[in-house]
Design a protein around this ligand. Structure first.
Ligand SMILES: Cc1cc2nc3c(=O)[nH]c(=O)nc-3n(C[C@H](O)[C@H](O)[C@H](O)COP(=O)(O)O)c2cc1C
Length: 320
């Protein structure tokens, strides 16, 4: 590759500034491979509990699965105990990812209520201990993903400073509070402020759905890269900086077939059912096919699914 890296995560070069955001339920090998093929420059696993890794749970093993061409690969952990973070991260390091990331953004009560995810943000001592321990004992770069903080304690500048002072090699921020969850508007000014504050690369996350949004976030905040989460579901074109509105149904249908085949190859019989959540998003904006959409979302037969998809394609051809 003769392209120059956009930025480095310590010594790991990243050849692009658009990245698939970690998303529980949307981070399996097929989705990551598809988004990578359209241009995602860095891929993450979804967040994985340190306790599950240490116990060797079946679920953790499947979430940790990645292929060598999905590179650079980030494995994201969550927990509330620095010693357990180190134990889990040491095991994960043996699997050969490029980077280990600490999730400090998950706002669900189940996670934040026990002091993990965004539940770490009001615990500066835990953050300091975790980043210090990991960056001094692992050979891989350690990074973190944060929010603004809690409504009564918006402390992302302090948290980011602690992370950087204790060896973090990159900070990603989804600038909403714990209480906001996914409501309201992401505060891109906070990304700009963070970019000024720390020396390590900063990734901005939140409300990026189109090539225009990518360019706007890069320009307005000066961040090193943009992460795309919800806006990338059923829309891998965004990683090539192409607006989905310009993609004809024929091309969408080809990508649906390609993604579905990848899902079936990886997940076996469950592939089609697991694909339904993507299908809804692929077909957003194509109103002509309401009845077929409904049938495609319930069928358990791949043959029937492909037949319905072809019928939709020809119906739309006739309509255009
Ligand atoms: C279904 C779903 C699952 C998510 N899971 C994770 C996760 O495992 N780890 C993480 O750091 N963020 C997770 N996020 C947050 C996203 O990475 C991202 O920061 C957020 O959705 C805002 O970006 P967007 O507007 O591009 O979706 C998740 C978001 C969604 C919608």
């Amino acid at each position: 590759m003769n392209k120059r890296p956009e930025f480095y995560v310590r010594d790991v070069p990243v050849y692009g500034d658009v990245i698939l955001a970690p998303m529980a339920g949307f981070a399996d090998i097929p989705h990551r491979a598809l988004c990578r093929s359209f241009g995602s420059a860095l891929n993450y696993t979804e967040f994985i509990a340190v306790e599950d890794i240490i116990d060797g749970s079946k679920m953790a093993k499947s979430l940790l699965d990645f292929t060598s061409d999905d590179w650079p690969m980030v494995i994201q952990l969550f927990g509330n105990d620095a010693g357990l973070f180190l134990e889990a991260a040491s095991r994960v390091e043996e699997l050969g990812p490029a980077i280990i990331d600490i999730n400090m953004g998950c706002s669900t009560r189940r996670v934040s209520g026990r002091g993990a995810g965004v539940g770490m943000m009001p615990q500066p001592g835990l953050i300091e201990e975790t980043f210090n321990l990991l960056s001094n004992n692992l050979s891989l770069p350690v990074t973190g993903k944060i929010r603004l903080g809690w409504e009564d304690e918006i402390n992302y500048p302090e948290v980011a400073q602690i992370m950087e002072d204790n060896g973090a090699s990159l900070i990603a921020i989804h600038p909403r509070t714990k209480e906001q969850g996914y409501r309201g508007v992401a505060d891109w000014d906070a990304i700009a402020e963070l970019r000024q504050l720390v020396k390590v690369p900063v990734i901005g996350s939140g409300d990026v759905c189109s090539p225009d949004d990518i360019d706007r976030m890069l320009r307005q905040t000066g961040c090193d890269a943009v992460m795309i989460g919800r806006g990338a579901i059923g829309n891998p074109w965004v990683f090539s900086r192409v607006n989905k509105k310009c993609i004809p149904l024929k091309v969408v249908a080809e990508t649906i077939r390609r993604h579905l085949i990848m899902m079936i190859e990886y997940h076996g019989d469950r592939g089609l059912i697991l694909f339904r959540k993507y299908l809804k998003r692929y077909l957003d904006g194509f109103s002509v096919i309401e009845d077929y959409r409904r049938r495609m979302l319930v069928t358990e037969s791949v043959e029937e699914f492909l037949f319905l998809l072809e019928t939709v394609e020809s119906a739309v051809d006739e309509n255009t």
